[in-house]
Design a protein around this ligand. Sequence first.
Ligand code: GLC
Length: 697
Amino acid sequence: MIRKIRIGNPIETYAVTEKAECRPAEEIPYFETSQQGKKLSLMLGQKDIVYGLGEQVRGINKRGWVYVSNNSDDPNHTEGKNSLYGAHNFLLIDGAHRFGIFLDTPGKVCFDIGYTEYDRMEITFEDADYDCYVIEADEGTAAERILTEIVHEFRHLIGRSYIPPKWAFGFGQSRWGYKTAADIREVVTGYRKNRIPLDSVYMDIDYMDHFKDFTLDKEAFPDFPEFVKEMKAQHIHLVPIIDAGVKIEKGYPVYEEGIANGYFCTDEDGKPFTAAVWPGKVHFPDVLNPEVRQWFGNWYRVLLNMGIEGFWNDMNEPAIFYSERHLKEVFEQLEDYKDKNLDIWSFFELKDLVGRLDNRPEDYASFYHNYEGKKIRHDKVHNLYGYNMTRAAGEAFERLEPDKRILMFSRSSYIGMHRYGGIWTGDNQSWWSHIALSMKQMPALNMCGFLYSGSDIGGFGSDCTPDLLMRWLEFGIFTPLMRNHSALGTRSQEAYRFDSRKMADIIGLRYMLLPYIYSEFMKAALSGDMYFRPLAFDYPQDDRARHTEDQLLVGESMMIAPVCEQNAIGRNVYLPERMKLYRFRSAADFDTEVLEAGDHFVPADLNEVLIFIRPGHIVPLAAPGAENTDEVSLSAVAAISAVSATQPLTLSFVETGTAEYRWYDDDGYTRNYEMQKHIRIIREDAAGTVTVENAKA
Ligand code: GLC
């Protein structure tokens, strides 16, 4: 059941696709409202849990901190931060009452979840103009289904999640600093020579001509369409980055067209607003305006026509290095400090003057959009910018490539964008704590519709180590977006640079799991469920499970417990029920053990992945050895129809009777999911006999 309560006169975000009945006079249930709706307050019980908020710092349970929805370009994802790149204003309260609440407003929202007082949650809005949706499970819903049901209802409200092509579930290698076709060839050779599976190489800003969107550095890529073909022949997809800022340069057609048609955001005087990002001075396309979205989206055609089938959208908070106007003020003010004896205060002032040029709230409050016929100040709709840049691309792909899935994910986002693309969690670091952070972000993102997501594996900033990459991959093999990415100037971290045999085994496991990962992803996307779930969702009566933050359920059959600590020889795992552990080193080298419900110390060598299978469950496997997703599609079928004595066909835990798994598959390429859908029923009995049957349509 969904109740919509409208407060004030909110700005339309198009986050919601389903009509919910609006009851204007109604109070927001469960909350105390004050200041005409600017503040909502709720008392929390000792063991209540607050889930949600998508991409944020800290735990799965968000209690004990203050979070602000204010999309920020911030590469330091420490516990002390309040905002990252996304604004995902959905919370799920698991207390005396269990309900979800979505606060639909593009402005700043502050969620004090037990920061000021541990037992109180307070939500504060900058403006009392928002739509509030309160979502509850229908009466009579079984206790263990309630949380799942609420998410399901919410996801129905916001529309189906973006579905990428199947190759995008393969492993991708990225790095800021692959400058030329030769650099990319070297990476591909590194992978292929070492027989480490790979499906894509990402092209960072280096590929462009002076960081101009939709251009190519002709010297570095003399015949790009030919290069795309050469890579495809090796089953490699190239995935270029697109940035939000358009370089100001006479003769550059994107700039010229934008100026001629008035497509850029403007300053107070109606002139295009000038800020700077990678190329120096830029204008920002006003993607909130549908005409501009259509224009900007059409530009992706330049690369689509060269054979490109995927993109990542970046710097779309939008990130601002400096605004032209403020930089001028700073240079003027600097004059005052010349020849001065700087004391503690004036020294700090000077430092702040130059150290705080980027992403200033004042700059965000100094430019305007033409939104639904009204001039609207950017800060009032700030959180919608990345969403609409990605929507521009998504809408263009629907027009330009109606039959084909195009890979798209974005850095900045708002709920609603989940229909057009996935997200990656931005500039994390090569820190152990960031494996754990990623694990906590994934289920929260899934709640908010972002199913195709992942973090930079190995960490973006700082130097990666071999053991960090290995452990990170042991979690990353489960994330739908599985990409190794790192920053310019950091230590190279391609998998073949370290213990390549062991890396190949771990990444190889991802490819063996692909039939299951894809099947579970598609089921979650098509039915509005979660691919990653906190244990609480399936074991709501078990207080230990409810408060477990470092283990996750992946799809219906498995639980994972990755090791996130350096030099650990294993980890403590809590089992809410009896499960079968697969300790996996390689396709030919794994052991299994049945563990009882309760606490266990589970040893895990550096190259061992722990997978726990729930009783009566099956995970279909592809045959080992695939080096790209094209090979998996073939071998998966082979693996299940041929019985091999030495390789497992499934991971399973069947002690009595027969277990069943509905294996979803499709061509992985076209958008016509219903037409392409292929469901097979896999059955396995206690003796390990596996049968496969086509399900009736
Ligand atoms: C931003 C992105 C990062 C990218 C870099 C250069 O920091 O988050 O992924 O590598 O820009 O384009």
